[in-house]
Design a binder for this molecule. Structure first.
Ligand SMILES: [Zn+2]
Length: 135
């Protein structure tokens, strides 16, 4: 996630990791800021959108585990709509499309994953399974 004012990268994952490791309430005690570290602008509205996208993505995973792929794709599309630059969202979309036999859409999603995060595990799968090297 980038600051809309100065384009500095903000990593909510760092914040989430600290909260996950040390429990709720750590946010205040560690003074984890929702301000841009470079220009100081308040990023909390963006963080709210990010958290909402994560919540939708988790609903998608829940639906996926229940074999409800149609619902999973819907939830995941909401997540992507809010946060287009998350490689995990596009990787899940690729897997869901592949499971439904929609390989064109699956490849498009995995290419998007690769653009965002070239070392994503789903990309390794994409290179091995979907693009076998010529002998
Ligand atoms: Zn900034």
């Amino acid at each position: 996630m980038k600051c809309p004012v100065c384009r500095a990268t903000y990593r909510p994952a760092d914040r989430e990791l600290k909260i996950e490791k040390q429990g709720a309430g750590v946010e205040q005690s560690l003074n984890l800021s929702s301000q841009c570290r470079r220009c100081g602008v308040d990023l909390s509205p963006l963080i709210c959108l990010h958290d909402q996208a994560i919540w939708w993505h988790r609903q998608a995973i829940r639906a996926f585990k229940a074999n409800d792929y149609t619902a999973a794709i819907s939830w995941n599309n909401w997540a992507i709509a809010l946060h287009t630059q998350n490689a995990d969202f596009h990787a899940l979309a690729g897997q869901l499309w592949a499971l439904q036999g929609e390989f064109g859409k699956a490849i498009a999603s995995l290419k998007k994953t690769q653009q965002i995060e070239p070392k994503h595990p789903a990309v390794a799968f994409f290179e091995i399974v979907l693009q076998p090297k010529a002998e």
